[in-house]
Design a binder for this molecule. Structure first.
Ligand code: BEZ
Ligand code: FE
Length: 290
């Protein structure tokens, strides 16, 4: 008989997972069990609190679908997604930031430079930059996956009034590793308010749930770690209080009045009114396998 009591329950449960064949999975599971047990001991978790927590997780699962993951949102608002981004970021490369729920694979490939404005309302802007390695050398073989929200704050998947694939594309860099995207200035928006993450956690905490305006980017190049990141607007009022903790200083850009009228004209943008954000995106090399 194994007499389970406070003094032996944690090591007994941890050891019960010794048989997991994958060493990393074993490490993750055993460490997690240890931390969860310690948490319950620290706060002297009661039956009522434990049942309430399970009920919350049930509701998080119930509202999740293939196209809407409330679990991702829970990870986002508790800062876990952002912490994993920070842990994975190479200090000499551009920092990563949250992928968010509105990335979908298979964005249309378009020619670089590209104009995504079409029928979108909003302030025309030019996002331009260069993809390079951590020594600053251009990576012309890099590709970019880009998406953002429209002037109403919604991504195309959320809004039946937007055409399919509105304000998203994939691009190949030019010979200098450069890209130019004529688009509209993204706007701040709130995380979903119709689920338990808002109703039971973020709302009751008195938080606003707003994310500062941003562009989303996934940058890839052979021999380099892919970069999932966001670019923020230095004038945004929510930079201090991003609901998902994704803002990093190196990812905040300031729009400048376009000083190169030829670049505006190339996109049919009104010269003096055209705002430009410029950014260098640095990718870390994949370490050679020994
Ligand atoms: C987004 O950036 O699209 C996003 C990220 C986390 C939660 C909701 C939206
Ligand atoms: Fe977003």
């Amino acid at each position: 008989m194994k007499n389970i009591e406070l003094g032996n329950i944690t090591p007994t449960v941890v050891a019960s997972f010794d048989g997991l064949p994958d060493a990393r999975q074993r490490e993750l599971v055993q460490c997690l069990v240890g931390h969860i047990h310690q948490f319950a001991k620290d706060v002297r978790l009661t039956h009522e609190e434990w049942r309430a927590a399970l009920g919350f997780l049930h509701r998080v699962g119930d509202i999740s679908t293939d196209s809407r993951s409330e679990f991702s949102l829970l990870s986002d608002v508790t800062g876990l997604s952002s912490l994993v981004d920070v842990l994975a970021s190479d200090p000499s490369a551009t920092p990563g930031s949250v992928l968010g729920p509105f990335h979908t694979v298979g964005s249309p490939w378009m020619d670089n430079p590209v104009n995504l404005i079409a029928a979108n309302e909003g302030r025309p802007v030019l996002l331009r930059g260069r993809v390079c390695n951590t020594d600053g050398e251009p990576l012309p073989q890099a590709t970019l996956d880009f998406w953002q929200n429209a002037a109403d704050g919604l991504y195309w998947q959320q809004d039946p009034n937007q055409p399919t694939d509105n304000l998203r594309c994939q691009l190949r860099m030019d010979a200098q590793g450069g890209f130019e995207i004529a688009t509209i200035r993204p706007v701040p928006y709130q995380i979903p308010l119709d689920g338990p993450v808002w109703a039971d956690l973020v709302g009751p905490a008195g938080l606003s749930g707003w994310r500062p305006a941003h562009f989303h980017l996934v940058v890839s190049a052979p021999g380099h770690h892919s970069l999932v990141t966001e670019l923020f607007d230095a004038e945004d009022p929510y930079l201090e209080s991003d609901a998902v903790f994704g803002v990093r200083a190196a990812l905040v850009g300031r729009y400048a009045q376009q000083t190169d009228p030829a670049a505006c004209a190339r996109h049919g943008l009104p010269g003096p009114d055209c705002l430009v954000m410029s950014i260098d995106l640095r990718l870390a090399p994949v370490a050679p396998t020994p």
